[in-house]
Design a protein around this ligand. Structure first.
Ligand code: ADP
Length: 274
């Protein structure tokens, strides 16, 4: 019998690479995936919520951690208005659409701006990763705050992140920041699973694709940094409407063409890790 080991995929191989920092895994989960964007408003939270739901549809147990402490959007996108229960030691995640969810937005008044300094950010992150009763999860999807500031650094230094997905629109101004984001994750030893081009085009009633924010920039950036390009998600009004209604499109309409994009991506991620 040959003792030749099966070939591992590129993503699996790089998991074995030495990490620069000693990092703790989040209790109760196998894999932690960060969803990151260099700028606000490019669809990061929409992507994080729909990817979490798509992973669930592929049979995974999924948690969703809203680490966007300056602008949490999971409470609105999942229509969660209750506060998490606590036994004095740990917080219970709120379960919605079979996803275990935690967000600073569950704990604070939604309309109060979060004016937090470094140490408070670190302690919030520790609470969410160590003091939440996450249970038997295959994946935690972390909705990161936009940019390359304190929270991203603290998170990526302290927590064992198994992969990061960077999402952008194809605008030049967004792409500049994407490059910074790529460099940050590379420096911190976090494997970048790939780049997503969100709101890449709008399909008109005439059947033509209109490239509202530019063309091909995210793919080009991926190539420039030798990262995988994970694909395009078009602009579709249903995406916004379903998010605003508190039931993201993958849950509201799993057969929608946008949902199919998410479910295919979820299958790909699942096959890399499980
Ligand atoms: P971010 O988390 O990057 O700030 P959001 O996820 O809140 O961005 O998205 C910003 C806005 O864009 C929201 O109103 C959302 O519904 C909308 N949006 C995101 N992706 C799409 C898409 N593919 N098609 C249409 N609207 C989208």
């Amino acid at each position: 019998m040959s003792d030749k080991k099966p070939e591992l995929s590129a993503a699996m191989k790089s998991k074995a690479e030495p990490k620069i920092f000693k990092k703790n895994p989040i209790n109760g989960t196998k894999f932690t995936i960060a969803i990151s964007s260099a700028k606000g408003g490019v669809g990061k939270s929409t992507f994080a919520t729909n990817l979490a739901l798509a992973l669930k549809k592929t049979g995974c147990k999924v948690g969703l951690l809203d680490a966007d402490i300056y602008g949490p959007s999971i409470p609105k996108m999942f229509d969660i208005n209750e506060k998490p229960k606590s036994d004095g030691q740990k917080l219970e995640p709120i379960i919605k659409y079979e996803i275990q969810c935690m967000s600073i937005g569950f704990l604070a008044d939604q309309q109060t701006p979060m004016i937090w300094r470094g140490p408070m950010v670190t302690s919030a992150i520790k609470t969410f990763t160590q003091k939440v009763n996450w249970r038997d999860l295959d994946f935690i999807i972390v909705d990161m705050p936009p940019g390359t500031g304190d929270t991203q650094l603290t998170f990526s230094q302290e927590i064992k992140m198994d992969g990061a997905i960077i999402i952008s629109t194809p605008q030049e101004v967004a792409l500049l920041d994407v490059k910074r984001g790529i460099k940050m994750f590379d420096k911190l030893g976090v494997k970048i699973l790939g780049l997503i081009d969100n709101m890449s085009f709008f399909k008109g009633d005439d059947g033509k694709n209109y490239k509202i924010f530019g063309d091909g920039g995210v793919k080009k950036t991926a190539e420039e940094f030798s990262k995988e390009f994970l694909g395009e998600i078009p602009i579709n009004p249903e995406v916004g409407k379903s998010g605003d209604r508190g039931k993201p499109i993958v849950e509201a309409d799993p057969d929608h063409e946008i949902s199919t994009i998410y479910i295919n991506l979820a299958k790909k991620i699942k096959s890399i890790y499980l």
